[in-house]
Design a protein around this ligand. Structure first.
Ligand code: S3P
Length: 169
């Protein structure tokens, strides 16, 4: 089966959703931020601070080149990964891309976003980033799934979309 590629704004719940879908489907789920942290031995915040955003985006692209060779995998993407078209297009080659859509008013919780270097610019900056990114997420998505108040409900919806899409191929 083609991979499931979850995209969306930082803090929208991609990682949890990927883990739950993986559990429900009995397949492996990965998170691009976690894999990069494992491989570099550095936190995302440290990579940004020491090497800058471009370097981090290049690590994401390198990882996508590798992940696209796998199948049956649930991939939670870092929120900025689709900003580099090359990265998301690599994952799209062998994956079904789902945009996890959640209202920005619900996502913006400064206390929960503390370890995200690009969420430290305050409310206005975060909302502006969302406005810039939402059309990119929509353009790259094969499907858009609205997030539900109960996380397992969201995961069940995403799983159904993935299965349907994969069986239609
Ligand atoms: C980023 C989102 C983060 C992480 C990094 C940059 C972004 O991932 O990759 O802090 O640009 O939106 P999450 O979406 O998992 O928070």
């Amino acid at each position: 089966m083609k991979n499931l590629v979850l995209i969306g704004m930082m803090g929208c719940g991609k990682s949890t959703c990927a883990r739950l879908v993986g559990e429900l489907a009995g397949v492996r789920s990965v998170d691009t931020d976690h894999l990069i942290q494992e491989r570099t031995g550095m936190t995302v915040a440290r990579i940004f601070a020491q090497h800058g955003e471009d370097y981090f985006r290049a690590l994401e692209t390198e990882l996508c080149r590798e992940l696209k060779n796998q199948s049956n995998l649930v991939i939670a993407c870092g929120g900025g990964l689709p900003l580099r078209e090359e990265s998301i297009d690599l994952l799209k080659e062998t994956g079904i891309v789902v945009y996890l859509n959640r209202p920005v008013e619900e996502i913006y919780r400064p206390e929960k976003l503390r370890n995200r270097p690009l969420a430290r610019g305050g409310r206005e900056d975060f909302f502006r980033k969302f406005e810039q990114r939402d059309p990119i997420y929509r353009a790259k998505a094969d499907y858009i799934v609205d997030s539900e108040p109960i996380k397992t409900d969201t995961a069940a919806k995403v799983l159904a979309v993935w299965k349907n899409a994969a069986s239609a191929l």
